[in-house]
Design a protein around this ligand. Structure first.
Ligand SMILES: Cc1cc2nc3c(=O)[nH]c(=O)nc-3n(C[C@H](O)[C@H](O)[C@H](O)COP(=O)(O)O)c2cc1C
Length: 435
């Protein structure tokens, strides 16, 4: 077994996932882990060049470290998009060479670019010529017809020569033209040995392994062979697993001095906020007034949910410290949802990543139903009371259950990381998803 030392600060990342890793999911993820690198959903160059660029690229400062994933095949367009990413403060720009969807193949980007390493190298070179932030590539171990380790190594060698130093490798080939994106994430077998071998053959490169990693324990074991691990579906289906990442993967026990992100709560308040002094959210550490962590309540800038990153009032809604309990997490998300709603933003996308927060605990099913009903409500009332009602039935034991550490295992013995790849199936299916 090779023991590697990662030079990258990002030993763990959450994968780019269309319709999953939007800004609201990322915001919540950041309440659970300060260290893990987060990726946006893939954004195509076409969308950025012709669509509402400001909205597509907007994010909250708290989400950093944050990488923008781009889809495209035109070096000039990709270079221009990388410039925008850098201007907006993204920490990395990543090229999608792993997506097998028909839509992407017809645009001749995504996984089919694995057959064109020289083109990918030209893209990387064009992007690197225009930005200083790292330009990275996420790809497969191959595609049908180009399935050998030698093909993979050749791809990496050619692209690395253009200056890409970090490769995220989904340890499956993509079968183009035969399987759906979802099937392409399940059917081709995982070949972790190929990814390990890449690291051993290209020790100077940062190699991140992706595919089928369902727990931090599993990530730790891959980290014996590679520099970093990217988790996709498991981090969406069970975001709580991220709560242990800083300690387990980054050995960060919570010292704020070396935290890579800064989401300072504002010290002044602009007006009265509703104290959380009664109801199910009233006990525990957040009981006095979780909204006091809400910097948005003092934001003079705008109430426009499409406002640009620089002026985004969601920049730090209560995200000064990682949450320690589900109660804290819920309260911080409630403050965020309230502020988002006040700006005219839709509530359902904010609530969606919260659906699984109490999975495996007493009352989880009712929680999901309540939250689902709130998401479906066409005309919502005030956010805070509605969200409080969603958790009213949960016991203090459940609400105050720690998100990490030994106590995290306790409630009903249920908070164990599950390895079932189909869990929960309702969240893993998406007809529109790409890879
Ligand atoms: C719903 C969904 C959407 C995805 N969207 C993207 C995407 O936009 N860009 C990308 O590179 N990969 C995308 N992927 C693939 C993931 O990034 C990841 O490579 C894949 O899920 C394997 O990792 P996992 O087994 O940890 O989930 C998507 C996966 C899912 C499930």
């Amino acid at each position: 077994m090779t023991t590697t030392r990662s030079r990258s600060p990002y030993r763990l990342s959450v994968a780019p996932m269309m319709e999953r890793t939007d800004r609201h999911y990322r915001y919540m993820a950041r309440l659970l882990t300060r260290r893990t690198l987060l990726y946006t959903e893939m954004v195509t160059t076409w969308a950025l060049l012709h669509g509402d660029r400001r909205r597509l690229l907007d994010y909250s400062e708290c989400e950093r470290p944050l990488a923008l994933q781009l889809g495209g095949d035109n070096p000039d367009d990709l270079a221009q998009c990388a410039v925008w990413a850098e201007e907006l403060g993204y920490d990395e720009v990543n090229l999608n060479v792993g997506c097998p969807s028909e839509r992407v193949i017809s645009g001749r980007f995504g996984a089919c670019l694995m057959a064109e390493p020289v083109r990918v190298a030209a893209i990387v070179a064009a992007m690197r010529a225009r930005v200083r932030i790292p330009v990275t590539v996420k790809h497969r171990i191959g595609i049908n017809g180009l399935e050998s380790y030698e093909d993979l190594a050749n791809f990496v060698r050619v692209v690395a020569e253009a200056g890409c130093a970090r490769f995220t490798v989904h340890a499956r080939i993509a079968i183009l033209g035969g399987l759906s994106p979802a099937e392409n994430r399940e059917i081709p077998p995982l070949r972790y040995e190929d990814v390990y071998r890449l690291k051993s053959d290209f020790p100077a490169l940062e190699i991140e392994l992706n595919g089928g990693v369902r727990s931090l324990d599993s990530a730790l074991s891959h980290l014996q062979h590679v520099d970093a691990v990217m988790i996709g579906r498991a981090a969406y289906e069970r975001p709580i697993l991220l709560a242990s990442a800083d300690a387990l993967i980054f050995h960060d026990r919570g010292s704020s001095s070396d935290a890579p992100i800064s989401c300072e709560p504002r010290s002044t308040m602009s007006g009265p906020t509703e104290p959380m002094s009664s109801g199910p959210m009233s006990s525990g550490p957040m009981s006095s007034d979780p909204m006091s962590n809400d910097p948005m309540s003092n934001d003079p800038v705008s109430h426009d949910p499409t406002s640009s990153h620089e002026s985004s009032p969601t920049a730090a809604a209560g995200a000064s410290e990682p949450a320690g309990t589900r109660r804290e997490l819920f309260a911080q998300m409630m403050a965020y949802a309230d502020a988002w709603d006040a700006r005219g933003g839709r509530l359902a996308p904010v609530l969606k990543p919260m659906l699984t927060l109490f999975d495996g605990m007493p009352g989880a099913r009712r929680y999901r139903r309540n939250l689902g009903e709130l998401m479906a409500a066409r005309v919502g009332g005030p956010v805070v009371p509605s969200m409080r009602a969603v958790v009213e039935h949960l016991s203090p034991d459940v609400l105050d259950s720690p998100l990490f550490g030994p106590g995290a295992q306790v409630v009903g013995g249920a908070f164990r990381q599950r390895e079932d790849p189909h869990y929960p199936s309702s969240l893993t299916r998406s007809s529109k998803s790409v890879d």
